[in-house]
Structure formats: structure tokens, C-alpha cells
Write a protein of this length. Structure first.
Length: 433
């Protein structure tokens, strides 16, 4: 078992969660770099797998269901997976560490992708939705990885640690939508619809990511962080339960602001993004153009996250939360009034991704700052459950809103979701001042 560092000149040889803390703190920087490198590599693969499938999920759902009103259920199902898995994953990670949870999430995504393909082949819409629920577990892994990056980070570098791992998703996520067309062509003659081909490729990518994490994410960052913590901060097993996590959130106004920030940012982004391919197709956009627009959106989500992390550490979490509100509001205005202007839609989707990045990074860092170490895994799981449940409802409503009122009204509703987030941020700023 690899050794992990303890405080300088005060080695602690008592094992915690299978981790032996018996090396000086001088080894900690190297350990941080190695853990981060593994997380970055897995994020690249995870981002690729997610983006390959999600780029055409709404179109596939529309083709199989035969109606545009149900196409939003693709987004709902894909975020239902992370919502359903968030609390069990949090409990698993709290007891056995990050590695077990990440591997399980990737394997569930592999199974889900296979079920999506089967549902498309036999033209069974309910089965397709079940598969998309499982496929969404890939997002669970990528979301949980950002907290794994924060486990060993210094407090004043948590924003940057989270942002670096989020940024790594850029490589795979930007490439993914552009791989969708070749993936569709690759299944020609196999009896698999072209819009389901991307899920075949995604299954293979997730399988590789699971193997990488299982073999290389050692020692486990969460268990190592506990081994390095003092007895009071480490807490007992009961302090790591989901109930203890809920108590920690109720006790902290900043933790509640963090939860609202992450949930509102994610819900607004998912709701608008999920129906953008349908809106573009109404104005004559083909698969290649839709893929390009989604790629630009995903670049906004991930490519500038290091900037958001740096700003979060330097200017403070609340300042970047305010920036997220401004960016997401501007995105809704641009996309909602774009009409047939593909360039304006693209600009709006880029800002939508940028605002999501600001909200996710600052909110995640604030959440980690605001609760005790022992409760963090449970609170982080609660955050992912909240954001994905809210986004699932948003995705469901998005299809209905577009079908009944139009894409412009969807963006207006998305902007309204930001009001609680803005109010709590202003309240927190006034109290701090």
C-alpha cells in the first residue's frame, strides 16, 4: 500500500481507512500532482464519452418517440441518472473512498449506453429512457471527480484544484460532438440507427476510464485526506453519514448558498442546452452545425474553468457567483432572441457554458469551505443530488415549454431560475460586509 504524508516532524502511523500516514508532509505536493494527473486523464475520457452521446440524445429521443414534446425527456433521463446515483455514491465514497464510487459510476454508464442502443434498435422509447438514466452515471463520475481534486488541496487553492479537473473535460467534451457523425456512420449496416452509434463508442470510452481509475487512483484522495486530518476534524463514522451532511448544510448559510448556486446554474444550463439542437433544426441546421454549436457551448463550460478557479480563490467565491448570474442572464437573452441567427445562438450557448463554469467552480469551492471535513463527502453527494434532480425537472419542462410556447420562452424561464441564487449571493455579500 503506498504511503501518504503526515504533518512535518509528527508522523502518525495509525491507519485510517486503510491509509497509513507515516511520511513527512514534504511528499504531499508530489502526491497532489499524481492524484490530479489521474483525475485529469479520467476526466478527458469521461468528457468524451458524455459528449459523444449527449450531442444527439434529444434528436434520438425525438426519432424513437415520434414527437418533439417528448424529446426533452432525453435530458431528463440523462440527469436522472446522476440524481439517483448521487446519494448512494456519496455513502459509498464516505465509507470506502473516491475510487470505489468513480469506478461504479463509469461501469453503470457502460451498461446504460448499451441499453440505449438496444432501445434504439427495437424502437422502444421507455427502454431508451432507462438506458439514458444509466448513461447519466458518466456525469456522476465527472462531477464527483471535482471534489476528489479538492480533497488534498490547500484551502486557498481549492478553487483552482476543482477548476483544473473541470477544465480537463474540455478536451474530450469538445471533441465528442464532432465524433458523433463518424460514430453514427460506423454502425451502418449493423442494424443500429446512426443517432445511436455514438452510444456504442461512449460505452468503450467509459470502460477505459473505469479501468484507469481502478488501477491508478492510489492512494485514495479522500481516505488520505482523512488520514492527514486531526482526530476532531476527521470525525467518527457517524459524522460521515448523509444525515450528518444534511445537518451541516442546515447549520451553514454559506453552504446553502453554495447548494442553490450549483443547482440553479446547472438547471438553467441543462434546460436551455438540451433544447438548442431542436431549435437549431427548426431553422435549417444540420447535424454538423448542431455539433459545432454544442462544441462551442462545451468549450465555454470547461475551457475557461481555470480562470474561474483563479478568480474564485483571488476575488472570493461570492464575487464569482455574481459573475455567474450575469453570464447566464446574458446567455438567455442572446439565445432566446436569436431566431434564425445561428451565430447569435452560438454566442448565447458559449456564454451559457461560461456562466455554468463560474457557478459550478465557485459553488463547489464554497461548499467544500463551508462544512467540516468529516461531512464533506455526504454534503457533496447532497449537492450533486440536488443539482441533478432540479436539472431533471428542468429538462422535462424544457421540452414542454418549447412545444407549447417556443425556445424564446424557455430562455426567459431559465433566466428566472437565477433569481434565488442572486438574492442569496447579495444577502451573503451584505452580511459579510
Amino acid at each position: 500500500m503506498p504511503q501518504t504524508p503526515s504533518a512535518p516532524d509528527a508522523p502518525d502511523t495509525a491507519p485510517v481507512g486503510g491509509i497509513s500516514a507515516s511520511v513527512t508532509a514534504s511528499a504531499l505536493p508530489a502526491l497532489r500532482r499524481r492524484i490530479q494527473a489521474v483525475l485529469i486523464a479520467s476526466q478527458i475520457l469521461g468528457g468524451l464519452g458524455i459528449a459523444i452521446g449527449v450531442s444527439l440524445a434529444a434528436v434520438l429521443a425525438k426519432d424513437v418517440s415520434g414527437t418533439e414534446a417528448l424529446s426533452g425527456l432525453a435530458s431528463t433521463a440523462s440527469v436522472a441518472g446522476p440524481a439517483l446515483l448521487a446519494m448512494p455514491l456519496a455513502a459509498l465514497m464516505a465509507s470506502r473512498g473516491r475510487r470505489s464510487g468513480l469506478v461504479l459510476a463509469y461501469l453503470v454508464a457502460v451498461l446504460g449506453a448499451g441499453v440505449v442502443v438496444l432501445g434504439a434498435v427495437i424502437d422502444n422509447f421507455p427502454l431508451l429512457l432507462v438506458g439514458l438514466v444509466g448513461f447519466g452515471a458518466g456525469s456522476s463520475a465527472n462531477l464527483a471527480a471535482r471534489f476528489a481534486a479538492a480533497d488534498l488541496a490547500e484551502p486557498d487553492h481549492r478553487g483552482r484544484a476543482i477548476a483544473t479537473v473541470v477544465w480537463a473535460t474540455t478536451i474530450g467534451a469538445v471533441l465528442g460532438p464532432n465524433v458523433a457523425a463518424p460514430a453514427g456512420e460506423s454502425v451502418a449496416g449493423l442494424g443500429i440507427p446512426a443517432t445511436a452509434g455514438p452510444f456504442v463508442w461512449a460505452a468503450g470510452v467509459f470502460l477505459i476510464a473505469a479501468a484507469m481509475v481502478a488501477l491508478l487512483l492510489r492512494p485514495d484522495p479522500l481516505l488520505t485526506a482523512r488520514a492527514l486530518a486531526g482526530p476532531e476534524e476527521r470525525g467518527e463514522a457517524g459524522d460521515r453519514s448523509l444525515k450528518a451532511g444534511m445537518r451541516a448544510v442546515r447549520a451553514s448559510a454559506r453552504a446553502r448558498l453554495a447548494l442553490v448556486t450549483v443547482a440553479a446554474s446547472h438547471t438553467a444550463m441543462v434546460s436551455i442546452m438540451s433544447m438548442t439542437p431542436v431549435a437549431l433544426s427548426h431553422h435549417g441546421a444540420g447535424i454538423q452545425l448542431i455539433g459545432l454549436v454544442i462544441s462551442v457551448h462545451i468549450a465555454g463550460m470547461y475551457a475557461f474553468s481555470p480562470v474561474m478557479g483563479w478568480l474564485s480563490d483571488r476575488l472570493g467565491r461570492l464575487s464569482v457567483i455574481g459573475l455567474a448570474v450575469g453570464l447566464l442572464s446574458a446567455a438567455a437573452l442572446l439565445a432566446g432572441t436569436a431566431g434564425a441567427s445561428h451565430a447569435q445562438t452560438t454566442a448565447g450557448l458559449f456564454l451559457l457554458g461560461l456562466g455554468w463554469s463560474a457557478g459550478l467552480v465557485s459553488g463547489s469551492a464554497l461548499l467544500t469551505d463551508s462544512v467540516p471535513q468529516a461531512a464533506r463527502a455526504a454534503v457533496q453527494g447532497l449537492s450533486d443530488f440536488t443539482m441533478n434532480t432540479a436539472a431533471g425537472v428542468g429538462g422535462l419542462m424544457a421540452g414542454l415549454i418549447v412545444a407549447k410556447a417556443g425556445y424564446g420562452w424557455l430562455n426567459a424561464v431559465g433566466a428566472c431560475l437565477l433569481l434565488p441564487m442572486a438574492a442569496l449571493a447579495v444577502r451573503g455579500t451584505v452580511r459579510r460586509g
